[in-house]
Design a protein around this ligand. Structure first.
Ligand code: HEM
Ligand code: HEM
Length: 225
């Protein structure tokens, strides 16, 4: 269904009535604890990097643990937590972004397609950051893993010989990758919060608060529940 100026106006009028309107539960406790736990552990890992290294590593592993739980919950969790119910293909995501540009985007009770794409990007980048951190901190364990494909191995061996199998690998290419990924995460998180603010303004609801309480304004005509 396409939204016309008329029914957009209608939705806004009903928004004004929404102070007393009913709310519905959208985010289950696992999603909420995951989210704010992630903000805390990611923030701690970010602030302690190269400053308080043991805390950095514990926080980084906690990030990995939370992401692991969320991946499982994305399959077995409640309706709005399941990836199959909110991750969309590029076509639908771009079409949604087009409606955002025109200011006619529909309100989603769960994650909207652009938010969903960002969630996928964040989860993948968080996983890769934690993995490269672990590879740096535990090179001996990494050495016991199956060998890397031959294209990657020679370059790797050249740069890190000697250091790779003993002690910590905090000077080689893995560190570079870890750093780039961490910076990318910072950018993605900033865009994510920007998207949350934009959607909150457009739909006149505090989405950050909804991630605390789990509740959002009940769906109205035109919304996608
Ligand atoms: C303090 C700043 C932040 C605020 C206010 C915030 C707010 C939110 C909100 C409102 C949602 C739900 C979006 C929706 O309605 O569709 C959400 C989802 C999410 N946010 Fe944040 N966020 C913040 C920081 C972060 C950071 C730093 C990360 C990761 C590095 C992050 C990762 C995620 C993820 C993965 C989800 C998906 C939640 C799920 O379905 O499990 N957020 N965030
Ligand atoms: C996913 C969350 C993580 C984030 C956001 C993160 C971020 C960072 C950042 C920004 C740096 C500084 C890089 C530089 O400027 O050179 C760093 C370094 C480092 N991180 Fe992480 N990291 C994470 C997870 C981990 C994990 C799980 C480990 C290992 C257990 C780890 C181990 C390291 C090590 C060994 C360094 C190098 C410290 C040094 O140079 O002595 N990180 N990390």
């Amino acid at each position: 269904m396409t939204i016309t100026a008329e029914n957009t106006k209608g939705m806004k009028m009903s928004d004004n009535l929404s102070k007393t309107a009913e709310t519905v539960r959208v985010w289950d406790p696992v999603v909420r604890v995951f989210h704010w736990g992630l903000v805390a552990t990611f923030g701690t890992a970010w602030l302690t990097a190269e400053e308080i290294q043991p805390v950095h590593e514990i926080a980084g592993y906690a990030v990995a643990g939370l992401v692991g739980v969320r991946l499982i919950w994305g399959v077995i969790g409640s309706r709005n937590a399941r990836f199959a119910n909110f991750v969309k293909g590029p076509k639908e995501t771009l079409a949604y972004l087009g409606t955002v540009k025109r200011g006619t985007e529909r309100r989603y009770l769960g994650h909207n397609p652009a938010g969903a794409a960002m969630i996928v990007a964040l989860l993948l980048t968080l996983s890769a950051t934690a993995l490269t951190g672990w590879m740096m901190a535990e090179p001996d364990l990494v050495a016991m893993m199956p060998p890397l494909p031959q294209i990657a191995a020679p370059a790797w061996a050249d740069e890190d010989e000697g250091e790779y199998r003993t002690g910590r690998e905090t000077d080689g290419p893995i560190k570079e990758v870890h750093e780039v990924l961490a910076n990318l995460l910072f950018l993605l998180a900033a865009l994510h919060v920007g998207g949350v603010v934009l959607a909150s303004v457009r739909h006149r609801e505090n989405l950050a608060r909804a991630m605390v309480t789990g509740e959002k304004r009940a769906p109205e005509p035109g919304d996608i529940a």
